[in-house]
Write a protein of this length. Structure first.
Lengths: 298, 249
């Protein structure tokens, strides 16, 4: 078990005790508290993409930002035109990105790696959706702009996806052991972690389950990888330096996101908060996932 | 007591596991005490502790079995008495295994304190729950959550120590691969095996798993019995394996 799994377990106990005390936490409160964690921990993990990319590349900053933001803008347009396809695309990118961050340290051939990352991430996301499908239907059917996304939450199709991706993922992890890419200890840890993730997604509401995974197991872990990389480049690099580096774009993103959500809340823009939240997260995920793929490949 | 029992219901799995638990623990205790003679002097203490853990548990299971058969109730009182003695002894095992790598008495006391804290808080949360007297599950919520949180702090300290903290670091420093693997295996017991106990705590009347998943605290005795047997005997067998392997070197 690593530090992030431990933090995840601590998170599970905290939430279990919260539910013990407050049997029902309203959706609004779930959104508020989850947003705080996602903004404070989730957003910052992508706030130094420019540093990671440009550290060993001779590319003008303007060109980098143009491409980075350009991809986001294209994705925004796609959301406007084809929201369902955009959601599927977002889930696929996220799946790959989650799988990559979990197994980036394991060395195996490119094609197998690519498919393995996808399946691990898809296993995770399909489980999240499968265990909370009724709740997702309730949330998405409530708003005019999210109702169109309901097509994805077909219980039967999600069920097939859930069982198949979990089966393939578990077999693939075992295959890594048989190919001596991981040891028995790692196999046990990964299978136990998958089990924990399943328990969490099953017991907790969608937003809480996702936030716990995203902050504890993904964002904190990625930030740790980023810090270790920067520390290797400069031995005097400290946590304080790292936080200073994360701060500018984190604050900008937090401010921008909060502003957009407020505008939605007070109906200044014609999109619901859940829809806006998905769009915002997805448009920053696309360029971020590309940068992180390059980062991990190095 | 036994003379009064004329028939055991074949569907009484809880009763079955009480009997099984009592005999399995007693047999394990005898085994560990006898096997002390087969290991090097430096490992005798570890096997003695394993024998004490299972021996104490055997005596308590003897009483718990009779209490359950007489009343049909959860023998909460006896369980916590048993755990308050045996769980700190399990923590002592971690100290004994890592002593050669530099474990100090300070580590020993910290682990004993954390485990005792965990159990005393859990006992107060479970046995002195206001809901027991009033019969209204929600009356006990604040009490059980507060003591549950306090108890969990002790558990998390031990979990951290054996996976990431002092115990794990000492095991890594050890010259013996057997000790390293053994401590890791025991750490899995703490992570997976001991998880049954907070789950059981949340199954008591008014607890979240009781209200949300409708898991009854009546069934939890079955899982406690199975978990206790696996955790205590399994724990001891891992220690035995380390002792016997190191002694053969």
């Amino acid at each position: 078990m690593n530090l992030f799994t431990f933090i995840y377990i601590v998170g599970i106990f905290i939430i279990l005790n919260l539910f013990q005390g407050f049997t029902n936490i309203s959706l609004e409160n779930q959104l508020i508290y989850s947003s705080i964690f996602i903004l404070l921990i989730g957003i910052p993990h992508g706030a130094i993409d420019h540093v990671l990319f440009l550290k060993k590349r001779e590319m003008p900053k303007l060109k980098f930002y143009s491409i980075y933001l350009g991809l986001s803008i294209i994705f925004v347009v796609l959301w406007h035109i084809l929201p369902t396809i955009s959601l599927v695309f977002f889930l696929l990118i996220s799946a790959f990105h989650f799988g990559e961050s979990q197994f980036a340290d394991v060395l195996f051939n490119k094609i197998y790696r690519f498919t393995f990352y996808f399946f691990w991430g898809l296993c995770l996301l399909s489980s999240l959706i499968y265990y909370n499908i009724t709740e997702l239907h309730e949330i998405t059917s409530y708003f005019d702009d999210t109702i169109i996304l309901e097509k994805i939450y077909d219980k039967e199709k999600i069920g097939i996806f859930f069982y198949s991706t979990n089966f393939i993922t578990i077999l693939s992890i075992i295959a890594l052991l048989l190919k001596n890419k991981i040891d028995k200890e790692r196999l046990l840890s990964e299978l136990f972690l998958l089990f924990l993730i399943h328990i969490t997604f099953f017991l907790f509401p969608f937003i809480i389950g996702f936030t716990l995974y995203f902050t504890a197991l993904h964002s904190l872990k990625v930030m740790n990888d980023e810090f270790k990389y920067l520390k290797k480049e400069n031995i005097n690099f400290t946590i304080f330096n790292f936080l200073k580096l994360l701060a500018p774009y984190s604050i900008l993103s937090i401010f921008g996101t909060t502003l957009l959500l407020f505008l939605s809340y007070y109906n200044y823009i014609p999109y619901s908060i859940p829809f806006l939240a998905i769009v915002i997260i997805s448009v920053i995920t696309l360029p971020h996932a590309i940068v992180m793929n390059i980062f991990y490949n190095e | 007591m036994l003379l009064e029992i004329t028939k055991m219901n074949p569907n009484d799995y809880i009763g079955f596991t009480f009997f099984l638990g009592y005999m399995a623990m007693a047999a394990a205790a005898v085994f560990f005490f006898i096997e002390r003679g087969s290991v090097d002097p430096k490992w005798k203490m570890s096997l003695l502790v394993s024998g004490l853990i299972t021996g104490i548990a055997a005596v308590h299971y003897f009483y718990m079995r009779d209490y359950y058969l007489a009343t049909g109730d959860n023998p909460t009182f006896f369980r916590y008495v048993d755990w308050t003695l045996t769980v700190p002894l399990m923590c002592v095992e971690f100290y004994l295994l890592t002593k050669a790598a530099g474990a100090t008495k300070s580590l020993l006391w910290k682990l004993i304190f954390a485990s005792t804290w965990m159990l005393v808080c859990g006992y107060i949360g479970e046995a002195f729950n206001p809901a027991i007297e009033s019969g209204i599950p929600s009356d006990g919520t604040t009490h059980s959550v507060m003591w549950g949180v306090l108890s969990t702090l002790g558990y998390l300290y031990i979990l951290h120590a054996v996976w990431l903290g002092e115990v794990a670091q000492l095991a890594d420093k050890s010259n013996s691969d057997v000790v390293k693997r053994g401590v890791k295996t025991l750490a899995w017991f703490v992570l997976v095996g001991w998880a049954i106990y907070p789950i059981g705590y949340m199954c008591m009347d008014g607890g979240w798993l009781n209200t949300y998943l409708e898991w009854s605290s009546k069934n939890v005795d079955l899982w406690y019995n199975i978990a206790d047997v696996i955790n205590k005997i399994g724990f001891g067998l891992v220690v035995y394996y380390i002792a016997i392997t190191e002694s053969k070197k």
